[in-house]
Structure formats: structure tokens, C-alpha cells
Design a protein around this ligand. Structure first.
Ligand code: AMP
Length: 288
């Protein structure tokens, strides 16, 4: 008879006080603590962050929290995919030490009566922030709360959310946060589609249609490599391939540090796209 190998599941902690007590012990033992903040429904993109954290940290904590204050009322907060048991199995594969999965009540016991972190307008009010009003106040606030609870030496974020990464780096600089922010590359399916928890909302036809995001970015890089550096020209060429049933929210080229839109594409420019495919909002980007 085959002997089934059982992996011990990573521990789940939902109380802040319990996690803080564990952190205190690890800090006392001089352990290097790594934090991977997520909203759960883990996929290989998240796994790449966890693997990276395991490489350089003694203790890895994965937070799973669908942060209500970064969602607008018309967004998908209520239907956001939840699969804690499966997430736990994934974390266990990488010997994640603790999953921190608090309830909204644990994180926001006083509800809306809350001190929030406001990133500067020039960073938060463009790209995704143009339509997702106050999204980045919610993101910065939860990241700082997690940092205060976990006191991580390192925190791991995906380049997939490029604007989030820039805002978190700025917050750490401005507020003298010592946590080292590690940026991890975008993990894609073989066909180029960037992995996202929201891909699970897509029908198979829409998944095909969603390839236009990564294909557009790839084509823009190719056009730049072939010698066309005018954004206007490059965008007008790629727009010809974007089907009218894809609702494009933005497609633009930005300065990597200031997120200032750029008229000329240069090396290190950030090219970012957001679009609705079959009613699902998807984002992707590439650094030239
Ligand atoms: P989320 O659960 O969507 O909030 O994502 C948690 C973290 O995983 C963020 O830092 C994301 O940027 C990162 N992430 C999400 N998708 C990917 C991906 N395809 N490749 C790399 N990192 C990702």
C-alpha cells in the first residue's frame, strides 16, 4: 500500500496579539523576518514571492487579508476569491512559518473611524488611482499596519502591481521605515498572461481575449527596439489591434520613479495597461 506523505500545514494566526508574541520571540532570537502581504487565492505569482522570501529570511510570514478599505463600493470585495485551506496547502509546500489571516474586525476594530496613510497625489491619483479612488490610501494603510505588527526585516512585493510598489517604497522612505522592500518579477502563463487571482473570474474565451494586455506591452517593446520612441506613434500602432469589446482603461508610458507620463519612451520607462475583459479588471506592465 502506498504510504501517503503528510506535510504539516502552516500555522494560521488570526489575532494580532498572538502574532506579536511570536514575533517578539523571533526578534529575541535575532531571526530575519520576511513578510509576503497578499489577499489570498494564492497562485504561482504569490509563490514566487514566498520562494524569494525563503531564500533570504529565517522566518517567513504570509499575510492573507482582503483589505476592505482599498475597495470602492462598486468593486469586487464581496466576491473576491477565498480559499484558505488551499492557500494553507500552498504555504506549507514552502514551509511558511505562519499565515496571518485576520478578520476585518481584528484589523479595523473601530471601522471607518481610522487614521489613514495618504500617499502623495502625484503618485496615487493616476494609473489605477484615477478610477480606484482612495485605493492607495487603503493599500498604504494596510501595508503600514502589517509592518507595525510583523516588524519585517524584508517585505516582498510583485512588480505586477507597479504603482503599489512605487508607493510602498515612497512610504518607507518618507516615514523612516527600515523594512527592505524586495521587488519580484511578474510571473506569467506560457502564453504571456500575467497571473492574477482575478483571472479565476474569466471564462476561457475571455482568457484568450485577455492576452491582448501582455501582447500589447510586448509589441510596444518591439516597436521601441525597432527605433520608434514616440509614445504617440507606438500607442497608435498597438491600438489598431485592440478589439472594441476590450474596455481599455489606460495604456501609457511613465517615468519609473515619479509616474509622470512620458512622451518619449526611454530605457527604464514603465509601460502600463489596465483593461476590462468580460467585466473583469486586469492590469499588466513592463519595464523597458
Ligand atoms: P494580491 O494578492 O493580488 O494583493 O498580491 C499580493 C502580492 O503578490 C503583490 O505584491 C502582487 O504584486 C504580487 N503578485 C500578484 N500577481 C503576481 C504575479 N503574476 N507575479 C508576481 N507577483 C504577483
Amino acid at each position: 500500500m502506498l504510504k501517503q506523505q503528510s506535510i504539516e500545514l502552516s500555522e494560521v494566526v488570526s489575532q494580532i496579539s498572538k502574532l506579536k508574541a511570536k514575533i517578539k520571540t523571533w526578534k529575541f532570537q535575532n531571526k530575519i523576518i520576511g513578510l509576503v502581504p497578499t489577499m489570498g487565492a494564492l497562485h504561482e505569482g504569490h509563490e514566487s514571492l514566498i520562494k524569494k522570501a525563503k531564500e533570504s529570511c529565517d522566518i517567513v510570514i504570509v499575510s492573507i487579508f482582503v483589505n476592505p478599505i482599498q475597495f470602492s463600493p462598486n468593486e469586487d470585495l464581496d466576491k473576491y476569491p477565498k480559499q484558505l485551506l488551499e492557500d494553507r496547502r500552498i504555504c506549507s509546500k514552502y514551509l511558511v512559518d505562519t499565515i496571518f489571516a485576520p478578520t476585518p474586525g481584528e484589523m479595523y476594530p473601530e471601522g471607518d473611524d481610522l487614521t489613514k496613510i495618504c500617499p502623495p497625489d502625484y503618485l496615487k491619483n493616476k494609473l489605477c488611482g484615477k478610477t480606484r479612488l482612495r485605493h492607495f490610501d487603503g493599500v498604504a494603510t494596510i501595508v503600514l499596519k502589517l509592518f507595525n505588527i510583523v516588524q519585517p526585516d524584508k517585505a516582498f512585493f510583485g512588480q505586477k502591481d507597479a504603482q503599489q510598489l512605487i508607493i510602498v517604497n515612497k512610504m518607507c522612505k518618507d516615514l523612516n521605515i527600515d523594512t527592505e522592500i524586495i521587488s519580484c518579477p511578474i510571473i506569467r502563463e506560457d502564453n504571456g498572461l500575467a497571473l492574477s487571482s482575478r483571472n479565476s473570474y474569466l471564462s476561457s474565451t475571455d482568457k484568450e481575449k485577455a492576452l491582448i494586455l501582455s501582447e500589447t506591452l510586448k509589441k510596444m517593446v518591439e516597436l521601441y527596439s525597432s527605433g520608434i520612441s514616440s509614445k504617440k506613434e507606438v500607442v497608435s500602432i498597438v491600438m489598431q489591434d485592440i478589439n472594441p469589446d476590450i474596455k481599455l482603461e489606460y495604456l501609457d508610458v511613465y517615468n519609473m520613479d515619479t509616474l509622470e507620463p512620458a512622451e518619449t519612451i526611454i530605457s527604464n520607462s514603465l509601460v502600463a495597461i489596465a483593461a476590462y475583459v468580460g467585466g473583469v479588471r486586469l492590469i499588466d506592465n513592463i519595464i523597458i
